[in-house]
Ligand binder design. Structure first.
Ligand SMILES: [Mg+2]
Length: 448
């Protein structure tokens, strides 16, 4: 029954006069009436039309009201239809049976219109409520099933995602960790519950994290870990080893306030980045630093030397008669020559801060931080003799072997206007002088 269509009532009685009488009463109320004169027909009609209510006479030939009721109650299709028995005074003793076989009420013969109406309204309302309850229960069950499904799915994701997910209470202790945390950090999950989250971070991040929690509780969120940002920081495993991570840290509210840390291991990414970075700094033929990288380091060392008030020596080197060498022996031999020269020069860059680079075709540069004029000259002479000692045949040279010319320059700390560009220029001038002095030698320019 709903508000749009009138309730359907099935009247079952073997006495046609009773059917007529009841129909008249009920049609006035707008119900939709159907009727049957025996139990068998009643069952068929009920099955077919699904009435909202059945008025069922007890005394009928062949199949009486009780049996009819039992059959209706035994079938899925009709078992929920409420049944009101129609009883004559003489049948009052049977009322106990009427209820026991599934009847919900009874109406006495002869009929009193008001009684009939109120009992019918009563049952229809109960049925209506029952149907609403069933719908609600069904909705609730669907909701629960859906919730369970969502919950299982989330659980599955959390269990299998490669990122570590950690829930942290407002006081900073770990409340939850997914299996990825165990894999990444080497702590068993149970042990994690007793570990302070800062123990999972390397310095200085562990201290910054502690600071964040101390200050954020007092002053609201500020500092390094505040906001929904992703940081590239360093984490620490149980065994003390460190690894780079992308780290996001956010405040969440799920009933109570929590922090959620999501950690992504970026070791592979960083390795690739490092490899790429070093490749972009290296001259592929000689494996020396390239010009770009040399200038980067030169700029840094220059500033450092100004701060420390130390001298920098800069040596510019050029292979003598290299164009004729290439023309005579070909580019393959030319490349081999460059490689041998590079390797020999490298042997003389003894300190970690010393740097040798290939800055042009057959041009090399040597940077010697914190080096005196005397030291620089000694190294320049060593470089020169080592190359000549390689004894790479060169028919176009007066020396019959490959040689180098060198220009040495030293910073002047007494001159505040001295610049790295000036040093470069001085070395270049010295090299030019060495070339003009017959090659296979060094010359030195000082600003004095
Ligand atoms: Mg009868």
């Amino acid at each position: 029954m709903n508000k749009l269509s009138p309730a359907k009532i099935l009247i079952v009685d073997d006495t046609p006069a009773n059917i007529t009488l009841l129909s008249e009463i009920l049609e006035k109320k707008g119900y939709q009436i159907s009727a049957a004169r025996d139990g068998e027909k009643a069952i068929k009609i009920a099955d077919h039309t699904q009435p909202d209510l059945i008025l069922l006479d007890i005394m009928m030939p062949i199949m009486d009201g009780f049996e009819t009721c039992q059959q209706l109650k035994s079938q899925t299709n009709t078992k929920d239809i409420p049944i009101i028995f129609i009883s004559a005074k003489t049948e009052m003793n049977d009322l106990v049976t009427a209820f026991s076989v599934g009847g919900v009420d009874y109406i006495n013969k002869p009929f009193h219109e008001d009684e009939v109406n109120s009992r019918i309204i009563n049952q229809l309302q109960i049925r209506n409520l029952h149907q609403q309850l069933t719908t609600s229960e069904l909705n609730m069950r669907n909701l629960l099933t859906n919730y369970q499904f969502q919950s299982d799915r989330l659980q599955h994701i959390v269990d299998h995602v490669v990122d570590a997910i950690i829930e942290i209470s407002i006081s900073g202790s770990i409340q939850f960790a997914n299996p990825a945390v165990e894999k990444l950090f080497g702590y068993p999950v149970e042990e994690l519950m007793t570990v302070d989250f800062s123990q999972l971070l390397a310095e200085p991040f562990a201290s910054l994290y502690d600071e964040f929690f101390e200050t954020s509780l007092l002053e609201g969120e500020q500092g390094y870990f505040s906001g929904d940002k992703i940081f590239e920081i360093t984490a620490k495993r149980k065994d003390g080893s460190e690894f780079p991570i992308d780290f996001s840290f956010m405040k969440i509210s799920t009933g109570k306030e929590m922090y959620l840390a999501v950690i992504h291991d970026i070791t592979v990414h960083k390795d690739k980045e490092e490899k790429f970075r070093s490749l972009s700094n290296i001259d592929p033929l000689t494996n020396l630093a390239n010009r770009r990288h040399f200038e980067e380091v030169f700029a840094k060392e220059w500033l450092q030397s100004r701060r420390d008030n130390t001298q920098i020596a800069f040596i510019m080197i050029d292979i003598d008669y290299f164009k004729p060498f290439n023309d005579t022996y070909g580019h393959q031999v030319g490349d081999d020559c460059l490689k041998q020269v590079a390797a020999s020069l490298s042997n003389n860059a003894k300190r970690p801060s010393d740097m040798i680079a290939r800055i042009g075709g057959e041009e090399f540069a040597v940077l010697l931080p914190d080096t005196s004029q005397e030291g620089a000259v000694k190294i320049a002479e060593q470089l020169r003799t080592d190359i000549q000692a390689l004894d790479i045949p060169h028919s176009g040279s007066n020396y019959k072997a490959v040689t180098i010319s060198l220009g040495v320059a030293i910073t002047d700390n007494s001159d505040q206007t001295h610049s790295s560009a000036k040093l470069y220029q001085m070395a270049d001038e010295a090299l030019y002088e060495a070339k003009n002095s017959g090659r296979n030698c060094y010359r030195i320019t000082t600003s004095n």
